[in-house]
Ligand binder design. Sequence first.
Ligand SMILES: [Zn+2]
Ligand SMILES: [Zn+2]
Length: 273
Amino acid sequence: MALLTERISLERHTGAEHQGLREDGTRHVLPDLAYKRLFVVNVAFFGNPEGYESWVLIDAGVPGTLVNLKEAASRRFGGRAPSAIVLTHAHPDHVGCLAGLSELWQVPIYAHPLEHAFLRGEATYPSPDPSAGGGLLSRASLARDWRPLEDNGLLQALPEDGSVPFMPGWRWLHTPGHSAGHISLWRESDRTLYSGDAILTTSQRSAYAVTTGDLELSGPPRALTENWSQAVQSVAKLAALQPELILSSHGRAVRGEAMRQGLARLVATFRGD
Ligand SMILES: [Zn+2]
Ligand SMILES: [Zn+2]
């Protein structure tokens, strides 16, 4: 198969781990989990490309990256549409291609109900706090190119029982603070955490960060975070899970004991106002 013959280069990575980097820039972290950085944000692909039955896209990239995103998905899953799109939250850098993908794929989109009004364009997030320093991106510049979802019935609430549709073994966890309806995804069996923007694996100037060697962990970007004390609680909630691997929306996948120690230090020193 094409996927098997693709050259896979290995890259030195945090915690002496290695990650397969495919030629199209998709990073393979587990047999059923890969991610691709689009400009400044990651999107993730859940599903095993070898013998898969279905796959799920996690988040939908920065506006203007639709072609890159579609190409990466198509390389991995042979052009098949995913079974669903799951969103960590609705900031423009996470849902930039959502309207286009929705029209293309016509699949359910799952997000916390508190994010739905933003996805439909019925509400806008508070403006970033300029006193909190620069965030990841100028949201205004992203929002200009962003299109809300049409009312086509595809947007749905995540199931109340905590399950994640088409992602067996995963749970969604409400991790508010960065945004009211922010969620993270957790798989207990191998302790894999998709933290979205609740914990970042790159240090941000505007957020508290732990940096040791090439390991960087931080809370969400300060300027773009709605409720700092909730964000602090969400970091503690995720750290308490004792993850083995964290994939965040900004930064690289990190894993192992050094990461857990960094997480403990982050929790110990990360405070609300
Ligand atoms: Zn965000
Ligand atoms: Zn983000």
